[in-house]
Design a protein around this ligand. Structure first.
Ligand SMILES: Cc1cc2nc3c(=O)[nH]c(=O)nc-3n(C[C@H](O)[C@H](O)[C@H](O)COP(=O)(O)O)c2cc1C
Length: 185
């Protein structure tokens, strides 16, 4: 049993963005779909975790459907699974979509030098049907002055931790105010 569970969880969350092999680097982000499309879940990369404010950060294309979904319904969930730890973490959070702040500008200054910049420069928005009709046609890129990077900020409201073990599974609910409740797994 981790000595101080919240501290251990944030230790792993803070490590994940900097460690390509950390399972928690790629959580599943679940949102509520628009127009009765039902729940929408997809893999994303965790870019930043801040233990003092209980917040997480993800980068995306500002035109991707998840941005519109989060603006319509900011309640979201991020689910992390670590095979190494045998831990699942379900993070409920309130999302804000940041299109044009100093934070976005600073992130773009770092990304624009890298190959990942292409992810935020496609002229055609993500999810559009390929104009060519081909599976992976080369997309036209916008100039780096017209990037589409947005930052999704998640203010964590509660975490549901599940630890699988042959000695017996354990589960707890944690909140930013320090609440920790043990749940039946
Ligand atoms: C390993 C992996 C990492 C991904 N990371 C991101 C990411 O950080 N941000 C993102 O917007 N999409 C990421 N994607 C793509 C999303 O899963 C998704 O396909 C895309 O963002 C479109 O989502 P939407 O149409 O629901 O907005 C990743 C996919 C994989 C497989």
């Amino acid at each position: 049993m981790p000595d101080h569970l919240p501290t251990r969880l944030w230790q792993e969350l803070k490590r994940a963005p900097h460690d390509r092999h950390h399972d928690w680097r790629t959580p599943i982000l679940a949102t509520q779909g628009i127009d009765q499309s039902g729940p929408q879940a997809r893999t994303v990369v965790l870019r930043h975790a801040d233990a003092s404010s209980w917040s997480l950060r993800i980068y995306t294309d500002a035109r991707s459907p998840k941005c519109a979904e989060l603006m319509a319904q900011p309640l979201a969930q991020l689910t992390f699974w670590s095979k190494r730890l045998n831990w699942q973490l379900r993070v409920s959070a309130l999302a804000t979509v940041d299109f044009d702040s100093e934070q976005v500008k600073a992130a773009w200054e770092r990304i624009r030098q890298s190959r990942a910049s292409a992810d935020y420069l496609s002229r055609v928005p993500p999810g559009y049907i390929q104009p060519s009709g081909e599976p992976a046609a080369e997309t036209t890129r916008d100039s780096p002055l017209r990037h589409h990077l947005a930052i999704l900020n998640f203010k964590v409201s509660s975490m549901d931790w599940l630890a699988l073990s042959q000695d017996g599974h354990r589960r707890a609910r944690l909140k930013p105010d320090g609440l920790l409740e043990w749940l039946v797994p």
